[in-house]
Design a protein around this ligand. Structure first.
Ligand SMILES: [Zn+2]
Length: 253
């Protein structure tokens, strides 16, 4: 009888661990769903590191990544420097919290930030159509890979920058060498769904593959339910959020 009770107790866990501290070390002292939706402070998370401590060049703001991703990025930049000592390479965006992403999203949704030169709150009244416009390049809060501490934006947020000069040298080098350091480019050209091409966005795949899978398996449904009313336009996230999280290049899966 006692062993039956024990078996019963130990067979419950997976369903309930979303709200408790994660047990396997991958997420540190944060619940799985809080981690995957960026509801924690990377500066206070023991598995994260300030990129300045590794002398990783940046735009001057504070940047945090998972330690494994930061070390790999440090090594990648060192290798790039050997091949191209004079070509610039710096981080301009790294880990963003749910609240960072909510600000970015809502400023676009409410028209404070123009999208393609337009105030979407006036030019696109339908919530779903407006969300789709923003989703060309920006994620809904709770659905960004930048929540995970594995993804960075580098140098310039325009694909054309990578067509010539320093941008082209850097992009051509990354296409050949990034995988050696564990990095992949999630938003390649020619995918059927999801965000447009982003040549500036790179991801540390050994971790982000696991987070993608986990987001889709465990947290996706919770996120959709828990997001209702939490940000402007959240009523549209039901089918769009999982579609955008899952639509990444083959090399990032
Ligand atoms: Zn990005």
């Amino acid at each position: 009888m006692r062993s039956l009770v024990l078996i019963a107790l130990f067979s419950i866990p997976a369903v309930f661990c979303g709200g408790a501290a994660s047990e396997n070390g991958l997420y540190g002292p944060v619940s799985v769903s809080d981690y995957l939706t960026g509801r924690f402070d990377p500066a206070a998370h023991p598995l994260f590191v300030d990129l300045a401590s590794l002398k990783i060049p940046s735009d001057g703001r504070k940047h945090y990544l998972r330690k494994e991703a930061a070390t790999a990025l440090h090594d990648l930049i060192a290798a790039f420097r050997k091949d191209h000592p004079k070509t610039e390479f710096f981080v301009r965006s790294s880990t963003r919290t749910f609240w960072d992403q909510k600000k970015i999203w809502e400023e676009k949704y409410n028209g404070a930030t123009l999208v393609g030169g337009r105030d979407l709150s006036k030019s696109v009244r339908d919530p779903r159509a407006r969300a789709l416009e923003i989703l060309r390049y920006s994620s809904m809060p709770g659905t960004s890979r930048h929540h995970w501490g594995t993804d960075v934006d580098i140098n310039d947020l325009a694909n054309r920058y990578f067509d010539r000069g320093d941008g082209k040298i850097l992009y051509d080098w990354l296409r050949v060498n990034a995988t050696r350091f564990g990095f992949c480019m999630p938003y390649t050209a020619g995918r059927k769904h999801g965000y447009r091409e982003e040549r500036w966005h790179w991801s540390y795949a050994p971790l982000s593959r696991q987070f993608t899978r986990q987001w889709l398996e465990l947290s996706g449904k919770k996120i959709i339910i828990s997001s209702k009313g939490v940000f402007a336009g959240s009523e549209t996230c039901g089918d769009l959020a999982p579609q955008y999280v899952s639509s990444v290049s083959e090399s990032c899966r």
